[in-house]
Design a protein around this ligand. Sequence first.
Ligand code: FES
Ligand code: FES
Length: 180
Amino acid sequence: METIDDTRKTTAGPKPKRYVIDLTVNGDPRTVVVKGNALLVNVLRDELDLTGTKKGCELGDCGSCTVLLDGTPVDACLVLALEADGSEIVTIEGVAAHGELDRLQAAFVDKAAVQCGYCTPGMILSAKALLAGNPHPTEPEIRAAIAGNLCRCTGYVNIVRAIAAAAEVEAVVEQGGEAR
Ligand code: FES
Ligand code: FES
C-alpha cells in the first residue's frame, strides 16, 4: 500500500495522510486513494459509484450495507477501506451476469420478497454467501444467515421463501414468520 504523505499545512492544520489501495470489485481491478479513516461503504458509493450498497444505521445493526469481502458477508460501514486493501469485493452490482438476474434475484422477484427494496442488496449478498457454502440450507439456517439483515417491510416470510426457492429446498413458512 502506497502512502501519500501530504504534509502541506492548511488553516485547519496538516492535511491527513492518504493511501493508495487496490481492490478487486465485482471482478474489476480498482485503485483508489483514500484517507485512513475512510469507510468501505463510502468508498464504494462515493468513489466507485456503486450506490446499490445502501447505508442505513451506519452502526453495524441493519445490514443494508452488506457486501462480500473475500466471500464473507461484512457490514461495509464497519470496515475501513484500508482494511480491504488487496481484497475481492462483491456488491449487488456484481451479482447479475450477462444481463441475467442471478437465481437469488430472480427468486426475490418471483416470491414478492421485495417491497421498498432498501434491504434487498444486503439480503441477497448474505444469502449468496450462505448458498456458496451450504447449497441446500434448512429454513433455520436461512434465517440465521439473514439474522443481521433487517427488513422493515416484508416480515421476512417471502424473503425466506425466496432464498429457499433459489436453493431448491422446501421452506414451510406461515405468515407471521413461524416455521411449521
Ligand atoms: S449501514 Fe451498515 S449495518 Fe447499517
Ligand atoms: S423491503 Fe423494505 S426494508 Fe426490506
